[in-house]
Design a protein around this ligand. Sequence first.
Ligand code: SF4
Length: 265
Amino acid sequence: MNALLPDPALPPLAAKAASLNASYRHHSATDVLVRALKDPEVGRLALVSSFGAESVVLLHLVSVIAPHTPVLFIDTQMLFPETLAYQRNLAARLALTDIRVIRADAGEVWRDDPDGTLHQFNTDACCTLRKTVPLERALRGFDGWITGRKRFQGTTRAAIEFFESEEEKRLKVNPLAHWGRDDLEDYIVNNRLPRHPLVARGYPSIGCAPCTSPVKPGEDPRAGRWRGSAKQECGIHFVGGKVVRGPLPHPDQADGLTATKETAA
Ligand code: SF4
């Protein structure tokens, strides 16, 4: 079969993702992003950004290619004040013109987490309330979203491709999938981009304040996220079409795995 033609054995969106991956296998992050943002075949995309430790790279790339791209920023209302300030400063400096701040529905927060302590006893439910559900709502009307996920970030991301089908609902585009830490560092230095202020204080990966701690030298950069728990990602995982909590099974055990859904970090 011609690798560039959609595979008729796959569902339509998975076939489109496979075809795009075949076309862009040897291309750069910039090429993938240009294609994703300008090709009508890919459709309407939003960039989802946490404005975390490495987010500036993808935000800068998008600002150069298409600064009017909608950028969805999920304010869980549990973020560090430094993240909120960095988000405002970076959006202005990069001249991103369509920042959309996404928050959980106030009524749902009042019902499920009235005193703001849900994260202390059920982090999955808290992430669902404050991240996954608001993101799902915000993505309605888009054909896909751009994430900053990289393969080096851990076992749950080790095999991600440039283009993925998210449950046949929309495309997920991961332009930096093949970048390493050195690539990110070089890009930030060469383009003189501002870093998140908490990076210098020992936070190489930054999420919500209650669930992020500094990392010691030699530790995995994501060791400070949900420290002491098995949780590795923000989102709900879908296995065999059913919602499951907790870390994904090893790939060898993942019969029926249909999709991994997570917010960009
Ligand atoms: S990272 Fe922590 S505080 Fe933030 S939404 Fe998830 S559980 Fe809640």
